[in-house]
Design a protein around this ligand. Structure first.
Ligand SMILES: C[S@@+](CC[C@H](N)C(=O)[O-])C[C@H]1O[C@@H](n2cnc3c(N)ncnc32)[C@H](O)[C@@H]1O
Length: 351
């Protein structure tokens, strides 16, 4: 019996099932065990029992699993740490007992309760494996260096995408010596072989994350599910790469960066975003589209404009996100549906 109110307990149960379905059995077990373990004897339990918002909309369950993962990563949860992957998934009762032991420590409990304050924020590096072939299409079509403008860039990890190495449907791209190597499962024809030369880069996010800050880095990593060690290793390597040479990242509304763009003959202006557009307010979405259309009307073969978007454009559960490109080069508008891809970039269906 959970001490959580029925609606919150139901949200935890649904999230646990979702995690199991998406190959994260340990994270699913943590969600279920946390729901069973909490009561009003801990600060975390009291906050969860009295949670005022919608648990799904607030990503409450991911706040909880992120909080425990952060504590384990910090070496501050000795009762729980030995149960984390790569250990085999523990029995539910063992996990519940370990969570209760952690919550019984006032310092750990205070840490966990405070972690619930902010929503999860992630930056999925494997999405570069979907965006990079899109840049190869632009480079192939325009034969010019690219100026990158990323909207909803989070920590800016995907703004460093030319510093990663790739195998894309048999085509090698990027830096073969990079500590970040991406080889998404590939269906369909390969992308064009093209040299992607980046002339400049800039990103914007309403809540930009500075990976030079150790606490920010830990927060980003804690939200990666501990069942997915390869994803964790990739994020750690990309964070180290970005921290050594951070891309310019601004705080603000996505449309502000598009407003600030100016055409520069001899290069392509590339506005791109991944799994971010749905989070922009409708006024921002409209401003971006209107500004790009106006800007695109002035584009030419010497100063082209590209809009590359890897986004959920069909809300139905079974639909995959799409990779779409609009290219303005003077003359007729060039609109292409390039691919469908897994939301985290693990496979690409190139069209
Ligand atoms: C799901 S994350 C995706 C981050 C990154 N593009 C990726 O693929 O990993 C969505 C991002 O959009 C940002 N965001 C939400 N509303 C925004 C806005 N109005 N302007 C700029 N960024 C925004 C969030 O802060 C968050 O970093």
């Amino acid at each position: 019996m959970s001490a959580l109110p029925p609606a919150i307990a139901a949200a935890f149960a649904a999230q646990a099932g979702f995690c199991r379905q998406f190959a994260a059995p340990f994270t699913g077990a943590m969600v279920a065990a946390a729901a069973a373990a909490v009561d009003d004897s801990s600060a975390m339990g009291r906050r969860l029992i009295a949670w005022p918002g919608d648990p799904h909309a607030d990503a409450l369950m991911m706040r909880v699993t992120g909080a425990f993962h952060a504590l384990v990563r910090a070496g501050r949860a000795p009762a729980l740490a030995p149960l984390y992957p790569p250990a085999p998934c523990p029995e539910p009762a063992v996990l519940v007992a370990a969570i209760r032991a952690v919550l019984a420590d006032p310092e750990s409990d205070a840490f966990l309760a405070a972690w619930l304050d902010s929503p999860p924020q992630t930056n999925e590096v494997a999405r570069s494996g979907v965006l990079m072939p899109g840049l190869m299409v632009i480079a192939d079509a325009c034969r010019l260096p690219l100026r990158l403008f990323e909207l909803g860039a989070s920590a800016g990890l995907n703004l460093c995408l030319d510093r990663f190495g790739y195998r894309l449907g048999g085509v090698a791209a990027g830096d073969p010596a990079s500590p970040v190597q991406l080889a998404p499962g590939w269906r369909g024809p390969p992308p064009p072989v093209a040299d992607v030369v980046i002339a400049s880069r800039a990103g914007i996010d309403i809540s930009p994350l500075d990976v030079r800050n150790a606490a920010t880095r830990e927060r980003l990593l804690a939200f990666v599910w501990p069942d997915q060690p390869e994803r964790l290793a990739r994020a750690e390597a990309a964070i180290a790469l970005a921290a050594a040479d951070p891309p310019p990242l601004y705080g603000g509304d996505a449309a502000d960066l598009v407003d600030a763009m100016v055409p520069l003959p001899g290069s392509v202006g590339v506005v791109f975003h991944s799994i971010a557009f749905q989070y922009f307010p409708p006024a921002t979405q409209a401003r971006i589209a209107a500004r790009l259309a106006a800007f695109g009307a002035q584009a030419s073969a010497q100063a082209p404009l590209a809009w590359l978007r890897y986004e959920v454009d069909d809300a139905s559960v079974a639909a995959l996100p799409t990779l779409r490109l609009t290219l303005w080069r003077g003359g007729a508008l060039d609109e292409r549906l390039l691919a469908r891809a897994h939301p985290h970039g693990s496979f690409v269906q190139w069209l």
